[in-house]
Design a protein around this ligand. Sequence first.
Ligand SMILES: Nc1ncnc2c1ncn2[C@@H]1O[C@H](COP(=O)(O)OP(=O)(O)O)[C@@H](O)[C@H]1O
Ligand SMILES: [Mg+2]
Length: 489
Amino acid sequence: GDEPGPSKVSRAKELSIPRIDQSQLYNLIRTSKAKRAATINEMSSEKAAPKQQNSVSNLAPKPNAKKRTATPTGSAVGTASMNGREALWVDKYRPKEMSEICANPGLIKQAKEWLESWNSVFGGGKRGKKERALLISGPPGIGKTTLAHVLCRECGFEPTEFNASDSRNKSAVHTIVRHSVLNRSLAEFAEKKHESAKKSTKGRVLIMDEVDGMSSGDRGGSSELISLIKESQIPIVCIANDDSVAQVRSLANHCFKLKLRRPTAAQVRNRLSKIAVHEGFVNIDLPTLDKLAESCQGDLRQMINCLQSWRLESSSLSFSDVTSRMKGEQKTSVQQSPFEVYSKVFTGPNSSGVMSVSDRLDGFFYDFDLMPLFVQESYINACSNGLEGIGMAADSLSESDVIGNVMRSDQKWELLPAFGILSSVRPSSMINARSTRPQFPSLLGKVSTTNRRIRQVNQIRVRIMPKTGALASDCTRLEYIPMFVGMWK
Ligand SMILES: Nc1ncnc2c1ncn2[C@@H]1O[C@H](COP(=O)(O)OP(=O)(O)O)[C@@H](O)[C@H]1O
Ligand SMILES: [Mg+2]
């Protein structure tokens, strides 16, 4: 702030903290070495306030000074963590070239051909007959993201990646891509001047990772992506884990599809043993590695992570080690969709017999928001115990609703197991559910429709406000909107 508060100044005096002005602060930062940054940081929490407030000139605003202090501290933390903690092996051994990627050689070749011919088919605004985008799909950890990047590098393109953690709603996708396209033309402009730069890149490739995660937060994102693909001036690579999701399927209609398969044990054997030897494991035999590959179901990322965590404990690994360790991890590590969990745990009797209460409770904890909704969605259709079963299940569900509300509103999370029993375990055993294909909870769709309508009503309300004065939204909805509807008919 501009004025130091009197209490802060007196407190600083009390603790006999030296007072410096802004330029002194900058000097201090410039002269201090990284190792001293930590001490400054410690002190800064007490000192920062008086320091900045004392500056008379006030030329540079406060955020500026903050940024400066942040830089040395940040780098100190960075180096410390680099030294203290080893990098993840999955990143260390991320394939740098095509030949290092295990499995699916034929598909990889197709991908390469697709990208290599892209410029000749579409370059310069041509309307080629080929798909403008590539869709790589397959289970997690088999090298989809890696493939996309390696592909760009080998074909001389520059990747721009967006994944599920970036905002990808309609306008975000639009701006970003417009910029990428624009940048490309700038790059070409520059290339004309510097012929040498021409070889370095043929342009950009947009990589949209985890497009199946684009549903909830990214409203309009996937339809925008499709329209983008239709007229894109740069190649687009989309990556999805699950290509059976509706939006991925509609996306797939506009893409050149590559469905990567899980690598077999024989395919990953060499790479695993290379990593193991390189990291100092002694005499691991092939059956051990095969066992590892088998229990991770082809998920190379998981295999490498397992190796890394086991290496911390010992440098030898035998077949029986793998079997016993994987047993502990298997329960949690196997990746399942909520649909699979639901149909495995809550319907029965199936091949594995009726699940016990504790198994079902485990299934509930897989996702305690979603499982009750699944049960509620299907309990009527899947019931094999007649009306009585449905009735009892409905009672249980309504009790669970009461408990669930209390739990959430009062933050009484100790009620969660009881909620689980009432909302999922009990109803599903009462109806003795047939194994039907589980439906996605329609409640979620309804909630989003409701929210959308509330937004629309509010927009109308705000627009008519100048003529009507402030209205409650109920009033808009019940009185004005029906009138508009009547007018438009
Ligand atoms: N086919 C593969 N060949 C070699 N390494 C792989 C392969 N698949 C995965 N990996 C390893 O697993 C890590 C994660 O791969 P990634 O491409 O991120 O998987 P995905 O995007 O399919 O989930 C990589 O860093 C790499 O070390
Ligand atoms: Mg990935």
